[in-house]
Design a protein. Sequence first.
Length: 186
Amino acid sequence: MSDWYTELDSTLDQVWQLLGRAIRDPKSPLRTPVMATVGVDGAPDARVVVLRSATRSAGALEVYTDRRSKKVKDLESCPSVTICAWLPKADLQVRIKSLGTIASGSEVLPLWQSMSETARRVYGGVPAPGMLLAHPSAFGIRPDPADLAVLRFAISEIETLHLGREMHRRARFQRDNAWAGAWCAP
């Protein structure tokens, strides 16, 4: 059997296996990828997020956040998002291009109700994310279901770069109704 990175189908299969594992494994580098957006001011912005769901059949990813965060404002202004992660054990970079949507309010209330008290503490602090504080102790934890947002990403493209000892391999997969892949110069 050949290595996964030598064939397009097995490369795409490997990415989805790694995404699925990342949902369950907090130590997976894909669990905390970098999400890049374009800000309201037109400037690029990037931050680490926690991947919560990956569904191959839908070509979708999900991230949870406070609805008052800058990333929500960025998505409202420009829904184009790139998610990127480096997996050192696999010598693999994964870049995912997508369009993001925001779910909040009654749409995410069942999720809120299923969360532990510890998880709920992240959503609804006072003041809102990014606001200046006189001191870290000035931040108040006030869990509020109205401040939970789920960012859903409809994937349009996955690009991989495998850094092999003898040869680097780069592949691009685009999704319309099905995935279509092609090799690219690394």
